[in-house]
Structure formats: structure tokens, C-alpha cells
Design a protein around this ligand. Structure first.
Ligand SMILES: *[C@@H]1O[C@H](CO)[C@@H](O)[C@H](O)[C@H]1NC(C)=O
Ligand SMILES: *[C@@H]1O[C@H](CO)[C@@H](O)[C@H](O)[C@H]1NC(C)=O
Ligand SMILES: *[C@@H]1O[C@H](CO)[C@@H](O)[C@H](O)[C@H]1NC(C)=O
Ligand SMILES: *[C@@H]1O[C@H](CO)[C@@H](O)[C@H](O)[C@H]1NC(C)=O
Ligand SMILES: *[C@@H]1O[C@H](CO)[C@@H](O)[C@H](O)[C@H]1NC(C)=O
Length: 420
């Protein structure tokens, strides 16, 4: 509390000074801008425009404007221009306000606001698509082309719950000033478009601009709500895996090399992860690299599986997704001697055969007793019968024991031990 008091005093003091400064300017009134309009200039893109108020007194000061976006997403910025471009989804409508401002000795003078709005496009609720996802991928093209790389785009979505059966959807994307409609759709069982593929787009492989996608639709039974979505390229770019992965073992050194992925980004723009899997011990090792080689000391003679993946490094673009792992390559050799393996297999087969024969012999024994049961004496007592039953029981349990030992083959354990 004690420390707060001087601060409060200072604050009060500053306010007082500012007020005193403004006093001579009391008659200087700021008027709101004139003719504020919002115009759709492209897919998910609007232009806000206004004019300085013709009755505004200038007095040699530079007037500025404060723009406030109210919907669909709040935003607030200042500009000296009388126009402002805005990239935003438009299927929920759009509204913004603007006012004239003047910064005078770090205090703000402002006019009243003027506002304008765009209505949300008409449509039956629940008819717009849901779960729109898109991804991009870079491919190399023939060197005869002016651009050595081309970016493809793939999008999928789900049909709206309330969309009539005859609904058809159309996908458009805009990148920069280029807008294009999809030509290659995939359809659901009712022939409604639910995915789209652009083998080539105007998207730049190193681009930073947002990608705007719109899916609208038509039906004879209802107005279909459109759906817009903006994508940050780094978040949807499926980076290619590194190329030409090679590995070799020299003595105790395992060295791995690879080439950068097919990408418009130069070689210094990648982070890598190398995954080394020891096929004998099952041990994984994952290492991060910023260069195209990796050398490791190995103390274990074994076969190794090696995979590498890549991601564009934050030095060149906002961190995005890892690529898929490259196809595994194998290096080194298994210690296992095939001869021992064969010996074990033969041994196991022999054991099986012996067990099988034994159990067969046993069953034949039973059959014998069943076919030619000992002829009971005319005056056989209950005691005798009891003995016979007991004999049968003992016989069958013997067979069980044999079957059990057949399952518990010791050979498997030996093999397992030798593998580990
Ligand atoms: C701004 O403050 C400075 C000194 O603090 C003063 O000389 C000047 O007149 C002030 N200007 C206005 C426009 O209030
Ligand atoms: C505003 O628009 C009207 C009609 O288009 C026009 O006559 C007027 O000059 C405009 N005002 C300004 C300040 O540009
Ligand atoms: C669609 O998106 C919603 C909400 O994001 C999610 O709950 C649902 O599981 C998704 N449906 C499918 C089929 O992916
Ligand atoms: C390069 O272009 C030629 C002729 O247009 C075509 O035959 C060939 O398949 C192309 N190669 C690649 C890798 O696209
Ligand atoms: C869908 O949107 C595109 C681009 O905004 C537009 O050209 C087209 O007329 C729309 N189609 C329907 C059916 O609304």
C-alpha cells in the first residue's frame, strides 16, 4: 500500500498535465469519416473505404483512422490511409467501424464511430459442409517450366446434416489474386462432392500468405449455406520426406546421408530427424540434425533399419509438420548363423514327430481295448467294473499329459533365447 501511493500521485499528475495541454485545443473537434463502405473484392476478402470528413478542420495536423472489425472476428488497428483490405471468412457476415483519431502528446483525440456491415449469405441452417480439411504438397516439374516446383492441393469435407439429397457442393480457392474452381471432385454414394484435388495451383511453395477456401452449394429444395476457411500454409503443408537416404558401416562408425526433400525451400531450410532401429535388440534411437549427415558409433554387430524425416526449420518459415519417414533402408548384418537355425528347426520337427507317433500309438492301444473288451465273467462284481473304469480314466489322463507336453515344446524357448 505504501509503495502504491507515490505511483498513484504520479499518475494523477500526468493526467492533470495532459488535461491542461488539451485545454487550448478544446475547440478542435474531430469529425467521423464520410461514405464508409465495405465491398467484397474476392473470395474471403473485403475492401473497407471511407473519405475524410469534408467539414473537418485540418490545422496542419495529420489525421489518422482507427478501424475496428466487429465480426466475424474482432480486430483493431490504426491507419493513415482511407482504405483497408481485409482477409476474413464471410459466411457469417462481416461488420466494421471506423473513426477519425489524432494523437496529441500521447493522448488520443477521437471522433464518433461510423459503421457498416455485410449480411451473412442466406441459406438453410445445417446445409453447409462441415469438417473441411486441406493439405498441400510440393512436386518437382520439368525444367522446361518457368517454375521448377508446383504445389498441389487436396481438400475433404463432410456433407451438412440438413443438406437435401440433391445438394451439390463446389470448392474454390484463392491464393493472392488468383481464384480457381475445383475440376477434380470425389463423390459420396449420393454423387455429392466430398473431396477435391488440384494437381497444380497458384500457391507458392515458399508462400506466407493465407490460403482462402470456400465451399458453397446448390439444391432445388433449399438454399445451401456457403462455408469459408482460411489456412496458414505452414500448418497444412505436407513436406516431402528426404531423398536418397544412404547408410554405411565402417568399423564401428555408422554414417547416414540424405538429400533435402523435393521443396521450393533451399537446403539450409530443413530440420531432420534420423531414426535408427537395431533389429536385433529392438532398440530405437532418434536424433535431430540440421545438416544432411549423421555419424554414430556402434558397438553392436547387428542389422539396422534407418529412416529420416524432414520439417521446414523455423529460420525459414513458421514451424509446421514433420514429413513422413523415408522408406527404411537396411545396413549391417545379422549375427545369427543360419546353420544353427536349421538345426533347431530339424530338432523341433523330430520332437514333434516323436510326440505325434507316441500319441497315435497310445490311441491305437485304446482302440484295441474298445474293440476287444475283456469279456466280463458272468458273476462280475461291481468292484471289477469300478476297476475297469478307473483304468480307462487313467489311460485318458495319460493322453492329456502327452498333449500338454506337445504344446509346451521346449524347442520354442531355445529358439527365442537364441534370437534375443
Ligand atoms: C505537447 O507537449 C509539449 C511539451 O510537453 C508542448 O510544448 C506542446 O505544446 C504540446 N502540444 C500539444 C498539441 O498539446
Ligand atoms: C459521398 O458519396 C456521395 C454519393 O456517392 C458523394 O456525392 C459525396 O461526394 C461523397 N462524399 C465524399 C466526402 O467523398
Ligand atoms: C467433425 O468435426 C467435429 C468437431 O470438430 C468432430 O467432433 C467430429 O468428430 C468430426 N467428424 C468426423 C467424421 O471427423
Ligand atoms: C517432362 O516433359 C515431357 C514432355 O512434356 C514428358 O514426356 C515427361 O513425362 C515429363 N517428365 C516429368 C518428370 O514430368
Ligand atoms: C460459389 O462461390 C463462387 C466464388 O465466390 C461463386 O463464383 C459462385 O457463383 C458460388 N456458387 C453458388 C452456387 O453460390
Amino acid at each position: 500500500m505504501i509503495t502504491m501511493v507515490p505511483e498513484l500521485l504520479i499518475l494523477l499528475g500526468t493526467t492533470a498535465i495532459v488535461q491542461a495541454d488539451l485545454l487550448p485545443d478544446k475547440k478542435f473537434v474531430l469529425l467521423p469519416p464520410a461514405n464508409f463502405t465495405i465491398k467484397v473484392t474476392g473470395l474471403a476478402q473485403v475492401l473497407l473505404r471511407w473519405e475524410p470528413n469534408p467539414d473537418q478542420e485540418q490545422r496542419g495536423v495529420t489525421l489518422e483512422y482507427q478501424v475496428k472489425i466487429n465480426a466475424p472476428q474482432e480486430d483493431d488497428y490504426e491507419t493513415r490511409s482511407t482504405a483497408s483490405k481485409c482477409v476474413t471468412i464471410l459466411h457469417k457476415g462481416f461488420s466494421a467501424s471506423v473513426r477519425t483519431i489524432l494523437w496529441s502528446n500521447r493522448s488520443l483525440l477521437a471522433s464518433s464511430w461510423v459503421s457498416a456491415a455485410l449480411e451473412a449469405p442466406a441459406g438453410l441452417p445445417g446445409t453447409s459442409i462441415v469438417n473441411l480439411t486441406c493439405s498441400t504438397n510440393t512436386a518437382a516439374v520439368n525444367y522446361t517450366h518457368s517454375r521448377p516446383y508446383q504445389v498441389s492441393l487436396h481438400c475433404t469435407w463432410l456433407v451438412g446434416q440438413n443438406a437435401p439429397e440433391d445438394t451439390q457442393y463446389f470448392l474454390y480457392y484463392r491464393y493472392g489474386s488468383w481464384t480457381e474452381e475445383c475440376q477434380e471432385y470425389s463423390k459420396d454414394s449420393l454423387k455429392r462432392n466430398t473431396a477435391c484435388w488440384f494437381p497444380r495451383t497458384s500457391i507458392s511453395g515458399k508462400g506466407r500468405e493465407q490460403l482462402a477456401v470456400r465451399v458453397n452449394g446448390s439444391s432445388r429444395l433449399a438454399a445451401i449455406q456457403p462455408f469459408d476457411r482460411l489456412f496458414a500454409l505452414h500448418a497444412i503443408d505436407r513436406v516431402n520426406p528426404p531423398m536418397d537416404v544412404t547408410a554405411e558401416i565402417e568399423g564401428t562408425h555408422l554414417s547416414v546421408q540424405w538429400e533435402k526433400p523435393v521443396s521450393a525451400f533451399p537446403i539450409h531450410c530443413f530440420d531432420y530427424e534420423v531414426k535408427i532401429y537395431n533389429t536385433r535388440t529392438g532398440y530405437f534411437q532418434t536424433e535431430k540434425r540440421t545438416i544432411n549427415t549423421f555419424i554414430s558409433i556402434i558397438d553392436d554387430i547387428s542389422k539396422y533399419s534407418i529412416q529420416v524425416r524432414a520439417a521446414v526449420s523455423p529460420a525459414c518459415r513458421v514451424k509446421g509438420l514433420w514429413s513422413e519417414w523415408s522408406q527404411p533402408i537396411y545396413v549391417g548384418k545379422d549375427e545369427q548363423k543360419p546353420l544353427t537355425e536349421w538345426f533347431l528347426i530339424v530338432l523341433m520337427a523330430t520332437i514333434c514327430l516323436i510326440l505325434l507317433t507316441l500319441s497315435l500309438v497310445c490311441r491305437t492301444g485304446h482302440l484295441w481295448t474298445k474293440l476287444f473288451p475283456p469279456v466280463p465273467e458272468p458273476k462280475s462284481s461291481i468292484k471289477d467294473l469300478f476297476v475297469t473304469i478307473n483304468y480307462e480314466k487313467a489311460g485318458s489322463s495319460e493322453t492329456e499329459i502327452e498333449v500338454t507336453s506337445y504344446v509346451e515344446e521346449p524347442g520354442f524357448d531355445i529358439l527365442k533365447d537364441s534370437v534375443v
